[in-house]
Design a protein around this ligand. Structure first.
Ligand code: SAH
Length: 352
């Protein structure tokens, strides 16, 4: 039987330190390993201040990441870079680096595929394949960081869990990942700079409220009522808009972090003035934020992007009713904007 090595990138610093101590190494060795890991090295052999015997012990039990970059595309404007990675079991995931004035943002995947079934989304077409391991999420950050760090001398400052997958459907791994990247000896990324996007798994949203991880919670609402929501999101049959808004309020109460509602505008499905009014009514008395996104048209779906006139009218109606609204900047249109698109494009063209 072949021995499957554990990915050391999935361990917290204290777990690594304990592991080295259990191997009979001196106390400072664990800390040395931790110091090396996030510098972008990919073998224990490169940890030159460790004795050879220590490196060998680590080598026999662990691997350092398992992602292979198989594609990298930069948008014409240079504001977006998309990466496609091959996992050890030949699955493929993608992540995207977006350049904003306030720092580079990494949009990463939490699952291979997704089982939520939103009908406008490219990532869920084949259902869920599997959850990503903690180390596989860390590796996305590590590789992107060393790529842009080399090119521009600036690392990733913000993380958004908005690639493929439903983060709250891979709860334990995603929580550990967030604690890990926040750790001062790992990436030291502030919880404020992490955004988790969910389609609204109410019980998990409540659980997250109590983790003492004050990240930004982003809720994919996309509809002002259950009737419209059920047409595009199967999860709407499990949890109502009211329950989701309540869970958002609970998150705000517990963490003090303002919640964002994502609203993808789809031509004549959820983009009327009446829809905007109903949404504003649902969210009144809640100090939240609405992020409006014109839908990215996915081949094989009937959904079309709203006209510029309807997009602006929708936003203006929400604003006139007192909501705080932004329109999401659309980056990287020329390299396949929406989540799942790069991978789809790749799978359509290449046989693996
Ligand atoms: N599963 C999570 C996170 C992944 S998707 C969630 O549902 O929030 C990140 C965001 O992109 C979600 O708001 C999702 O609804 C949205 N999205 C997916 N496909 C899209 C498309 N074709 N156009 C616009 N937004 C899309």
């Amino acid at each position: 039987m072949t021995h499957v090595k554990e990915d050391i990138l999935g361990l917290m610093p204290n777990e690594i330190i304990k592991e080295l101590a259990d191997m009979g190494e001196q106390p400072f060795r664990g800390k040395q390993v931790v110091n090396w890991l996030y510098k972008g090295i990919n073998s224990f052999g490169a940890m030159t201040n460790l004795p050879k015997s220590t490196r060998q012990k680590l080598e026999s039990k662990y691997k350092i990441g398992s992602l292979k970059q198989i594609d990298r595309q930069k948008s014409e404007k240079g504001d977006t870079i998309k990466y496609l990675y091959l996992l050890a079991d030949n699955n493929i995931i993608e992540c995207v680096v977006m350049k904003y004035a306030y720092g580079n943002t990494l949009c990463l995947s939490t699952q291979v595929g997704c089982r939520m079934g939103c009908s406008f989304c490219a990532s869920t077409k084949e259902g869920l394949v599997r959850n990503l391991e903690v180390g596989e999420m860390v590796a996305q950050l590590l590789i992107a960081n060393s790529d842009i760090g080399r090119a521009e001398d600036r690392g990733i400052r913000n993380i958004v869990l908005m690639g493929s997958g439903e983060p709250l459907d891979n709860y334990q791994n995603v929580i550990k990942f967030m604690r890990l990247v926040h750790h001062p000896d790992v990436f030291n990324i502030s919880y404020r700079n992490i955004t988790l996007s969910t389609c609204g798994l109410v019980p998990k949203m409540k659980e997250l409220s109590q983790e003492d991880i004050p990240i930004t919670l982003s809720i994919s609402l996309h509809a002002p009522n259950d009737e419209i929501r059920r047409k595009i999101m199967p999860v709407a049959s499990a949890y109502s808009v009211d329950e989701i808004v309540q869970a958002g309020k609970y998150y705000f109460e517990k963490t003090g972090r303002r919640v964002t509602f994502e609203y993808s505008l789809i031509h004549r499905l959820n983009d009327s003035e009446e829809n905007a009014r109903e949404l504003a009514y649902r969210l009144k008395d809640f100090s939240c934020h609405v992020n409006v996104i014109p839908i990215n048209e996915i081949e094989g779906t009937p959904y079309r992007r709203s006209s510029e006139y309807r997009i602006e009218s929708f936003i203006n109606t929400l604003k006139s009713l007192g909501l705080q609204v932004t329109r999401r900047r659309e980056l990287g249109q020329d390299i396949g904007g929406a989540c799942g698109q790069l991978k789809r494009g790749y799978l359509d063209n290449v046989e693996i």
